[in-house]
Design a protein around this ligand. Structure first.
Ligand code: IPM
Ligand code: MG
Length: 365
């Protein structure tokens, strides 16, 4: 029997609740496909700091090293609570970025997907949504400003100052460009390259390399769009996008905007792929305000499982089945309170009930 070891990093806030639903689906997938998933939980994030003194403890590093894939929940605390943790141990700097660096997970896939029938979740007008929203953001995840050298101090005028650098070398850009073009080849063969070359030198090099790599993909049409303009088009006409590629910070911001046009970041799963290891995570935060209330939708976590099934284990059909099962639950008019606006006539269910319904829909496929 094929056996895969999966590290489960529940994280903070709503993390454990939505992870429990993802585990339900993983167990069902294992039994349906005669596979064995060895699911091992590891401490990660603020909760790990309070329990073990480190937000990415050594035992978790070892677990992740040994795992065939990693499923990670959201991390982080409220602004006030974060202050109880030393700056470098705060879960973003102390756990998440080190996880990305450790496995060099440079390619971040963030699907922004909402079928026409679920347009009610979106704040956009139905005529803008048209046949639905369906594009994917490919974000470079281990370079740029988030990983560049940083310094802060007092300058020669006695003023507090800060300096952070945005660096990319050509190999870093080439590899994400190839991922983007390969993805475009599998979809509609249109790639939107997002940049800011009217101001940033980093974008000038980025665009140059996109053109060079693009020469090997003559079938793909490349459209270069400034990042600020892209933010507008995402609201006015998201249907024009199919695959979008961008550097780390642009991707952080525009992918949250992607969640915004769907109606919630709770609808945003993601995959973070490195040369030898991949991890999967919701694109959203730990939502401390609704933690423990059993109202968070597990879609982003179960969607991350679907991405893992396809991208780490090659279970393409089963991955589609999981997506389909989630969409069917929504299509029957169900929602969790976190996703719906006041006054909606959707049938409200809790986190666990949503997971149960996804499992029962999956069993029908
Ligand atoms: C994301 C998150 C992270 C990021 C934070 C938590 C460091 O916002 O995955 O988009 O900025 O990359
Ligand atoms: Mg973000």
């Amino acid at each position: 029997m094929t056996k895969h070891k999966i590290a489960l990093l529940d994280g903070d806030g709503i993390g454990p609740e939505i992870m429990a639903e993802a585990v339900k689906i993983l167990e069902l997938v294992a039994s349906r496909n005669k596979l064995e998933f060895d699911l091992v939980h590891g401490a990660f994030g603020a909760s790990a700091y309070f329990e073990h003194g480190h937000s990415f403890p050594d035992a978790t590093k070892q677990l992740c090293d040994e795992a065939d894939a990693i499923l990670k929940g959201p991390i982080g605390l409220s602004h006030e609570e974060s202050k109880k943790i030393p700056v470098d141990m705060q879960p973003e700097r102390g756990a998440l970025l080190p996880l990305r660096r450790r496995y060099n997970t440079f390619a971040n896939f963030r699907p922004v997907f909402l079928p026409k029938g679920l347009a009610h979740f979106s704040p956009l007008k139905p005529e803008i949504i048209g046949d639905g929203i369906d594009f994917i953001i490919i974000r470079e995840l281990v370079g740029g400003l988030y990983f560049g050298a940083k310094e802060a101090g007092i300058n020669s005028d006695g003023k507090r100052y800060v300096k952070e650098s945005l660096e990319y070398d050509e190999d870093q850009i080439k590899r994400i460009a190839r991922v983007a073009f390969d993805t475009a080849m599998k979809r509609k063969k249109v790639l939107h390259n997002i940049h800011k070359s009217n101001v940033l030198k980093s974008s000038v090099l980025w665009n140059e390399i996109m053109e060079e790599v693009g020469a090997n993909y003559p079938e793909v049409e490349v459209k270069h769009i400034l990042v600020d303009a892209a933010a507008t088009y995402l609201c006015l006409n998201p249907g024009q996008f199919d695959v979008m590629v961008m550097e780390n910070m642009f991707g952080d911001i525009l992918s949250d905007q992607g969640g915004g046009i769907l109606g919630s970041l709770g609808l945003m799963p993601s995959a973070c792929i490195g040369p030898d290891k991949a991890y999967y995570e919701p694109s959203h935060g730990s939502a401390p305000d609704i933690a423990g209330k059993n109202i968070a939708n597990p879609y982003s976590m179960i969607g991350s499982v679907a991405m893992m099934l396809e991208m780490s284990f090659g279970l393409v059909q089963e991955s589609r089945n999981v997506w389909h099962a989630m969409q069917s639950v929504f299509a029957q008019g169900y929602s969790t309170p976190d996703l719906s606006r006041p006054g909606s006539d959707l049938k409200m269910i809790d986190t666990q009930a949503f997971g149960d319904l996804v499992a029962s829909e999956l069993q029908k496929l």
